[in-house]
Design a protein around this ligand. Structure first.
Ligand SMILES: [Zn+2]
Length: 233
């Protein structure tokens, strides 16, 4: 998925977010009504994944902040995108930013396609157990990331870093799995776009996490010399 900066409005859902467990309204398509309990359980699971990740890194305070007020699930990517256009007040007819768009967190609304649509869009991602809950967790983690930075979205760093961060934090096992042994390999890996990019982004984050802690990476990622600094580790 190529996510330009404006894509932040989309995949990462950077306009809002939340992990604090509280009853939040869930809007479902009619066909999914019978599975409301299952959907609600996945939303709670997503929050629990984010909280567990945050606690393990010393970000419990940020994770405790409310990140979203409601949840909306759509049967198709097209419907999800139409809603995102509406929420973000984008021009009518705005083009889908990526053919892999499956979720977002916009203006404190956690949005996603239904699990079946996710499987159709991203079979290589959806095979994992709890893949759909982890997809939701990914979106929430983008908001957690912004909270950690005191609200400064511009300090999130390069796309490969904040997307890799969300993949790692959500525990998404994206295929094909990449593994890097040098910084150069990692940079070469994240330079490639297209399908499989997020798996490579996550692999790069994991590689640099073997050199320095994730909180340190997060702190440094917004600096201009971030990648130069990574090469010195
Ligand atoms: Zn993302």
């Amino acid at each position: 998925m190529e996510i330009p900066r404006i894509g932040i409005l989309i995949c990462p859902g950077l306009l809002a977010a939340g992990t604090a467990a509280a009853a939040r309204p869930i809007r479902l398509p009619a066909g999914l009504e019978a599975r409301r309990g299952e959907v609600a359980a996945s939303v709670e699971k997503a929050s629990a994944i984010v909280l567990g990740f945050a606690k393990s890194k010393g970000w419990a305070k940020e994770a405790a902040l409310s990140q979203f007020d409601s949840v909306e699930i759509y049967s198709s990517q097209e419907e999800l995108w139409r809603r995102m256009v509406e929420i973000n007040k984008l021009p009518a007819g705005s083009q889908l930013p990526t053919d892999g768009l499956a979720a977002g967190l916009e203006s404190r609304v956690l949005l996603a396609v239904a699990p079946e649509e996710y499987k159709r869009l991203r079979p290589e991602y959806a095979a994992q157990k709890e893949a759909w809950a982890r997809l939701l967790a990914h979106e929430i983690i983008h908001r957690l990331h912004v909270q950690i930075l005191g609200g400064d979205e511009d300090a999130m760093g390069p796309v490969w870093f904040y997307e890799g961060f969300a993949v790692v934090g959500a525990g998404q096992s994206l295929k094909p799995v990449a593994e890097y042994k040098t910084a150069q390999e990692a940079f070469d890996g994240v330079a490639g776009k297209g399908r499989g990019a997020y798996a490579r982004y996550a692999a790069a984050v994991r590689f640099f996490m073997s050199k320095v802690s994730l909180p340190e990476l997060v702190k440094r990622a917004g600096r201009k010399d971030f990648e130069d600094w990574l090469r010195t580790l």
